[in-house]
Design a protein around this ligand. Structure first.
Ligand code: AGP
Length: 370
């Protein structure tokens, strides 16, 4: 096992550090920047299905559901196809309206999640075209779907999903850009600039790992005794906040909630006092001014602010107690980059609390029962 961990203390840390490679592997052979092409046979062979779909329904559980939410932002923004995202466990039991004009995308790292599988079967029975985004090759979901794309992140052993999540985001980004280019919603110049930026994301992840590894350890030391955490973000980073919170609760057993930052005033603001740590994702592109005012509200209530900002940021950084800098990207890529320090933060808080990060209590790597 020590050999498999490649010198890292836990699989989770190894997998966090593998992300420059795993994101690159997800794009390998698909993203051809020089030719200005995204090659994805699964999408291309059925592109008319997607193009003519009434809507795309994304079904998933847990972290994969968070990826699905970001997929909704991506596909609606770049391909202008309506998207709904549902928990598989709710979808399967609520007698959903599905027709043969719907495309259902299931996202699952393991490809074995019982609820996702059952929801897919239901969608198939009702005539939808079903598409899988799985990491495990030849898994049950990969086999039942009409078509799909593997994430190629490599085996993920840690129960808390890390590299599979960023690989799912990468695939969803490729799908959104490919569909948008094909249906004419994404112009050539923007497409070319976005794919060049996407191609550089693995390098940015590497930079973030280098610049935030020690920093997140230091921050983590101050929160070992925390009992609650709030994670806030807006736009693309709202699901990234949900995912940051899920990582922390899974492995550290600290209660954490993710929220869209603007929803804070509709309830969670009541929780804020000097004992409440709040992680806020505030990159420059993406509702920055609005986030600044959210941070002011937190500051006024003495919340402990851990801000994830872009390099050179001033406004949010001046108010924050802890600042984690990430490189600037177009908004659509920021969850990939922002998630990395949040994974590290959750990891180190859990390690300092003496938790079993690779196999947290009560959790299984794939949930094959209801
Ligand atoms: C992720 O950290 C979790 N362990 C969990 O939420 C997981 O994402 C969920 O069970 C779905 O798994 P799947 O992607 O294999 O379907």
């Amino acid at each position: 096992e020590q050999i498999e961990k490649g010198g890292y203390e836990h699989f989770m840390l190894k997998e966090i550090f593998e992300q420059p490679k795993s994101v690159h592997d997800t794009m390998r052979g698909r993203l051809l920047v020089d030719e200005g092409v995204i090659k994805m046979a699964g999408i291309w062979d059925h592109v008319e299905k997607f193009k003519n779909a009434n809507r795309i329904i994304i079904i998933a559980c847990g972290t994969s559901w968070h990826a699905g939410l970001i997929g909704e932002y991506l596909i609606e923004e770049y391909a202008r196809i309506p998207v709904e995202v549902e928990y598989a466990s709710e979808f399967r039991y609520r007698n959903p309206i599905i027709t043969d004009k719907d495309v259902v995308i299931a996202i699952s790292q393991s490809g074995e999640t019982a609820d996702t599988m059952a929801a897919l079967k239901l969608a198939k029975e009702k005539g939808a075209f079903i598409y899988g985004i799985c990491n495990v090759v030849d898994s049950s979901i990969a086999r039942i779907t009409d078509a799909g794309s593997y994430t190629h992140a490599g085996p993920e052993i840690g129960v808390a999903s890390t590299k599979a999540f960023t690989a799912q985001l990468t695939i969803l980004t490729l799908i959104a850009f490919k569909l948008g280019k094909h249906n004419g919603n994404l112009g050539n110049a923007e497409f070319m600039s976005l794919i060049a930026e996407l191609d550089a994301i693995p390098k940015k992840i590497e930079d973030v790992l280098n610049t935030t590894h020690e920093l997140t350890q230091n921050i983590a030391k101050d929160f070992v005794k925390a009992t609650n955490f709030l994670y806030l973000g807006r736009g693309y980073n709202y699901p990234a906040a949900l995912e940051g919170a899920l990582k922390l609760k899974e492995i550290s057993y600290i209660h954490a909630e993710g929220y869209p930052a603007a929803e804070m005033k509709h309830g969670p603001i009541a929780l804020i006092d000097e004992n409440m740590p709040i992680v806020i994702i505030a990159p420059r592109k993406g509702h920055y001014d609005k986030i600044v005012s959210n941070v002011q509200e937190i500051k006024a209530r003495k919340g402990k602010i851990i801000a994830v900002v872009n390099k050179g940021d001033r406004q949010v950084s001046e108010m924050a107690d802890y600042v984690i800098e990430i490189p600037e990207t177009s908004e659509c890529f920021s969850p990939i980059v922002a998630s990395v320090p949040l994974q590290l933060l959750a990891y180190y808080i859990a390690v300092y609390r003496g938790a079993n990060v690779d196999q947290p209590r009560n959790l299984a790597k794939s949930v094959t029962v209801e």
